[in-house]
Design a protein around this ligand. Structure first.
Ligand code: ADE
Length: 239
């Protein structure tokens, strides 16, 4: 899976993604990162990429030419037109099922805006998906693109050490994850739930499932409508 990021701050993306699990995935060749500086496509010796908004108003708008040329550098390299994700608070709110869908692509382009935005014409020409990471406003698209790259990368086979851990976690069946414990068994007079020390795996699995349900009802009741519950789960909820 190849991530191409069109940005005015390529070092920010590189620093963030060349670290920890995503950094190791790059070393292993499971994902690649191509952070492209839009300013390299300014087309003038001052490196200017923004200008005043037509019609007036505050701030500056990113010009279409540099953005389009930086996009072309990607299509020329890969030989086809990939999905282009524009990070914007006006987009569809990112979630796990979108991460799963995007993880099927061979190449993804992330377009990071700054200032008051990007000239609408180039957005119409190249963007396939407008995506927001939540209902708040950030200073640019770099952090949102890193959030998405992280969430998508961990779904690429081999990126996580254990194949099962991406499967049994929060948002599978739309339930939150159960609590985890490790040594010591007693910490400042707080004990690990005894069932986890019992060695009875079916009972452990049942307890974990119940904890997931209780946690979801308490912390994210909105998810319960979408939760995929078994007959046994429903029996537990009613008990
Ligand atoms: N750019 C600024 N705020 C954003 C957000 N919440 N999501 C995605 N891109 C953004």
């Amino acid at each position: 899976m190849n991530f191409h990021v069109l940005t005015l701050f390529p070092e920010m993306i590189e620093q963030g993604i060349n670290t920890s699990i995503t950094g190791r995935a790059i070393e292993k060749g499971l994902i690649s990162l191509n952070a492209i500086n839009i300013r390299d496509y300014a087309g003038n010796k001052h490196g200017q990429v923004d200008d005043y908004p037509y019609g007036g108003g505050a701030g500056m708008v990113m010009q279409p030419g540099p953005v389009y040329r930086s996009y072309e550098s990607v299509t020329e390299k890969i030989g086809y037109k990939p999905r282009v994700i524009y990070l914007t608070p006006q987009g569809k709110v990112f979630n796990q099922s979108m991460a799963e869908e995007f993880s099927e692509e061979e190449d993804l382009v992330f377009l990071c805006g700054h200032y008051e935005g990007i000239d609408e014409r180039v957005l119409e020409m190249i963007v396939t998906d407008n995506v927001s990471i939540g209902d708040y406003v950030l200073t640019g698209g770099e952090l949102p693109s890193m959030v998405m790259i992280d969430a998508i990368s961990r779904l690429v086979p081999g990126v996580l050490n254990n194949d099962v851990s991406a499967e049994f976690e929060s948002f599978n069946d739309n339930l939150l994850e159960y609590p985890q414990y490790t040594r010591p068994a007693s910490f400042m007079e707080r004990e690990v739930p005894p069932i986890l020390l019992s060695g009875n795996h079916p009972k452990v699995e049942e307890w974990r499932r119940q904890q997931s349900i209780l946690r979801t009802m308490e912390r994210r009741p909105d998810l319960m409508e979408k939760a995929e519950l078994t007959k046994q789960d429903i029996k537990f909820i009613k008990s």
